[in-house]
Design a protein around this ligand. Structure first.
Ligand SMILES: [Zn+2]
Length: 103
C-alpha cells in the first residue's frame, strides 16, 4: 500500500446504505470542459455481511475500469486523471510537467 493508494481509498470510495443494504461505491471523474470535473458514483458491489469493505475497496483499486498506473511517475490514478498519449498512459500532472500539455 502506498500513500497514494491510501489517499485514493479515502477520497474515491464510499459506502452507501440504502434501506438494509450497504453498497460500496467508487467515484468516477469526467470532464465538462478542461477545468470542471464531474463526479459520478458507480457501484463496485453490494457488501454482504462478513465482507471486508476496506479489502474490497483495495481490490477495486487494481481494477482498470476505474484506476490505472501512470507510465511516467508510476503513481496510481483514477482514470479521469489519466490520458493516453503516444501509447503512453500518463497522469495529468506528468502531462503538464513532462509533455508540456496545458489543461
Ligand atoms: Zn504521472
Amino acid at each position: 500500500m502506498t500513500s497514494t493508494d491510501e489517499q485514493l481509498l479515502q477520497d474515491f470510495f464510499r459506502i452507501r446504505v440504502i434501506a438494509d443494504r450497504a453498497v460500496l461505491e467508487v467515484a468516477c471523474l469526467s470532464w465538462e470542459g478542461p477545468h470542471t470535473p464531474i463526479t459520478t458514483w458507480e457501484t463496485v458491489e453490494e457488501l454482504r455481511s462478513g465482507m471486508d469493505a476496506q479489502a474490497r475497496a483495495r481490490a477495486a483499486l487494481e481494477d482498470e475500469r476505474w484506476f490505472g498506473v501512470c507510465t511516467l511517475c508510476g503513481e496510481r490514478n483514477p482514470n479521469g486523471w489519466l490520458m493516453t498519449l503516444d501509447d503512453e498512459c500518463i497522469c495529468h500532472r506528468c502531462a503538464e510537467r513532462h509533455r508540456q500539455i496545458v489543461f
